[in-house]
Design a protein around this ligand. Structure first.
Ligand code: EPS
Length: 371
């Protein structure tokens, strides 16, 4: 296998999103249904806005696959935007005769202002379209393909949401995984999968939904934290010999590349700064003649290299930047202080972010294995 890589293109309300994946091995049988299932998982979650009611994301393979198997050639996949029909003129690739209203009021926390400043644009629309989290749909396609590849190496990826807007949804499950306490992992992941909020404690759902409804009512949005777990990765993936071979840095990079993610922890992460070494480092013990770690506070990575334990990653997503109760901003056409612009958006998207987290972790592991 040669080193795999991908590129995406496409605007939120353009005709289509596209991903080109290169270096994928030949003869891999593609499970198309599974890829569409992953897309549906990304679209789900209580607290999403109107857009997800319009779209039914489907992966359309247009190159690199024949009779259901990869050929070794670059793979191209489209995820079409149904909403484009409503945006034809506003998102026309060719010049149009009619006057299209420009967006001139940036939203705090969004890429709006930095986007128009960096690219010298006079219409925020040009910046919004590409900075939108809509692009993650095709990253999920790449991740879904990576998952199918990783399955052949016995690696499986899971995720759950820990809390949204400060309300707990999965108790201290992440802590238990760090401590390697016995948990019914398969059942907990089934509960997360069945939950509209990807939480493992069904009893917490009503409180979480109340919190989201409350935020929606007051025109606010909520962020949260989620965890991604990779099981079955052999020891020795990644390396300490050079900075760009470190598995933890690659994972942190991939998670931080997801829209609205502001924090990443590997294993016990920030807690390691508070506790003494005796309470942080994982003792090396013998179990049935094999060397294992007694706990997994390192999140399965020591010296930038996998140690055979589960990979544990936790991330923080900030609240979505579009507020119906707008914060202060400046009208760039008049240079006057005004309320920030409102537009259709999600009230929370943490469950979707967790699915995207799975995808980017899957891709990163597959990419490092392909080197
Ligand atoms: C998203 C599509 C977007 C947003 C959201 C995520 O669609 P639209 O802008 O048409 O409502 O719902 O994106 C953002 C929050 C953002 O700031 O861009 C998606 O497909 O995930």
């Amino acid at each position: 296998m040669s080193q795999i890589r991908y590129l995406t293109a496409g605007e939120s309300h353009g005709q289509t999103l596209v991903v080109i994946i290169e270096g994928f091995p030949a003869n891999l049988e593609i499970n198309f249904e599974q890829i569409d299932k992953e897309l549906a998982r990304r679209q789900s979650g209580y607290g999403r806005g109107g857009r997800m009611k319009i779209e039914t994301d489907k992966a359309e393979f247009i190159a690199g696959v024949r009779f259901g198997k990869t050929t070794g050639a670059p793979i191209a996949v489209l995820v079409k935007n149904k909403d484009w029909e409503n945006w034809g003129t506003k998102m026309s690739v060719r010049p149009v005769d009619e006057e299209i209203e420009k967006i001139v009021i940036p939203r705090p926390g969004h890429a709006d202002l930095v986007g128009v400043t960096k690219y010298d644009l006079n219409d925020i629309r040009n910046s919004i379209e590409r900075s939108s989290a809509r692009e993650t749909a095709v990253r999920v396609v790449a991740g879904a393909l990576a998952k199918q590849l990783l399955k052949q190496y016995g690696v499986e990826i899971f995720s759950f949401v820990e809390r949204i807007g400060g309300v707990e949804g999965s108790g201290d499950l992440y802590q238990k995984l760090l401590n390697k306490e016995t948990v019914d992992f398969d059942n907990l992941m089934k509960l997360a999968e069945a939950s509209e909020l990807r939480v493992t404690e069904p009893d917490s759902e009503s409180q979480l939904k109340d919190k989201i409804r409350e935020a929606k009512k007051e025109g606010n949005t909520l962020g949260g934290t989620f965890a991604v777990i990779a099981k079955g990765l052999v020891a020795g993936v990644g390396s300490f010999v050079h900075y760009d071979r470190k598995l933890d840095s690659a994972l942190a990079h991939s998670i931080m590349s997801i829209n609205a993610v502001k924090g990443v922890e590997i294993g016990a992460g920030f807690t390691t700064a508070i506790k003494p070494g005796s309470e942080i480092h994982d003792e090396i013990i013998l179990s049935d003649g094999s060397i294992i770690r007694k706990t997994n506070r390192a999140g399965g990575i020591e010296g930038g290299t996998s140690n055979g334990e589960d990979i544990l990653v936790r991330a923080a997503m900030k609240p979505i930047a579009t507020l119906m109760m707008p914060l202060k901003s400046v009208d760039l056409s008049t240079f006057t202080e005004v309320d920030a612009r409102r537009e259709r958006s999600d009230f929370t998207a943490v469950p979707a972010c967790a699915v995207i987290g799975e995808s980017v972790v899957a891709w990163t592991l597959a990419e490092i294995l392909s080197r």
